[in-house]
Design a protein around this ligand. Sequence first.
Ligand code: IPE
Ligand code: IPE
Ligand code: MG
Length: 248
Amino acid sequence: MAGLKEEINLDNLPKHIAVIMDGNGRWAKMKGKLRTFGHESGVKAVRETVETCAELGVSYLTLYAFSTENWNRPKFEINALMSLLVSTIASETKTLMKNNIRLQTIGDTLTLPSKCQRELKEAIDATAGNTRMTLVLALSYSSRWEITKAMKNMASDIQSGALKEEEITESKISQYLDTSGMPDPELLIRTSGEHRISNFLLWQISYAELFFTDVLWPDFRKEHLYEAILSYQGRERRFGKTSEQISA
Ligand code: IPE
Ligand code: IPE
Ligand code: MG
């Protein structure tokens, strides 16, 4: 797959790429290892994806790291994921600084263990001034949770008079979501051969191009990302118009 990078049109990059990092458990199982070994092995793919997106000039990268529904997994696995989060954030902040990458989160992060919250806050504060790319971690995130919270906040702003009904527009609703201020993802990638969205960014991906690959997340490398971007660049994004209107 050498040479894929050269085929990418840098003037037509997605500004925002979102990734559902899936398949860690199956990857580990295939090797006769514990699922948690798969999560640990997924960190390398995270590092490579972050660095490649920054190198190319992508502005936002959102990684689905832990869903609201993932709280229903066995306690042992949840604990392992939380410890991995703490140790990875702690060890990667230096690299984020070196690469001028800002860290942010979306999701119900107050439900994370306090050690995770502290580590995250430190990394978010330390990288707040970085400008090359924003890395967004979706943690304890689900789209329906986010939309429910947004609706509650809008209702209370209506009640207090801070928001008027006639001010409710699509862009106003976007401002009430955790992704407020971020562009919508143009490209959504899911690994591991599953063809579903699993409660991820439902509002924001209205017009995203979807890219599915059978590669399991721990095996995901630069070349797979190039492949996804090239697929994106080969599509005609019509936004409801006709092909003739687009080419005119
Ligand atoms: C994705 O891999 C990581 C998380 C959801 C935290 P999985 O753990 O879902 O791996 P599979 O899908 O069971 O193989
Ligand atoms: C989606 O993966 C969540 C993350 C990647 C964090 P899951 O493995 O939890 O999704 P389902 O349960 O197969 O839909
Ligand atoms: Mg999975």
